[in-house]
Design a protein around this ligand. Structure first.
Ligand code: HEC
Length: 113
């Protein structure tokens, strides 16, 4: 193997191992994309709007509820005396809640700025 080839190889190995370790802001950007994708896939934005403050203000939810409470709320808004919002129990896959809740908290932080 030529030295140049070896160096290129070692460099690409180093590079691929290095990139995932750069946590922020790369990590929060992809988290934001993931959260936004869930938020839009289940039509939250059709009522709450792109910034969470349309019909039904979401921007305080991050302060009002713990993660567990927020999941409960979204799964069954009727239990929180909300008759307008759809019941999402069994609709949103459990694995998507982390990103969704992260995104709701992010919208709340964004409106404060
Ligand atoms: C059909 C309209 C509609 C859709 C779609 C909808 N919501 Fe809501 N949501 C509301 C309304 C209206 C309220 C406010 C009810 C109230 O003030 O009591 C609300 C309240 C909330 C709250 C509680 C806010 C608070 O401060 O107590 C959360 C959290 C929430 N929605 C999350 C979501 C998420 C996540 C989605 C998508 C998966 C979603 N909603 C989809 C209408 C909707």
């Amino acid at each position: 193997m030529k030295t140049a080839t070896l160096i290129t190889l070692l460099f690409s190995v180093w590079l691929t191992h290095r990139i995932p370790q750069q946590k922020s802001p790369t990590e929060s950007v992809s988290r934001m994309d993931a959260g936004k994708a869930v938020y839009e896939a289940f039509a939250c934005h059709s009522c709450h709007g792109d910034d969470g403050a349309m019909l039904g203000d979401l921007t305080r939810a991050g302060e009002k509820y713990s993660d567990e409470e927020m999941i409960k709320y979204i799964k069954n808004p009727r239990a929180f005396d909300n008759r307008q919002m759809p019941v999402y129990e069994g609709v949103i896959p459990d694995k998507d809640f982390d990103d969704l809740i992260w995104y709701i908290r992010y919208l709340g932080e964004k409106t404060k700025q």
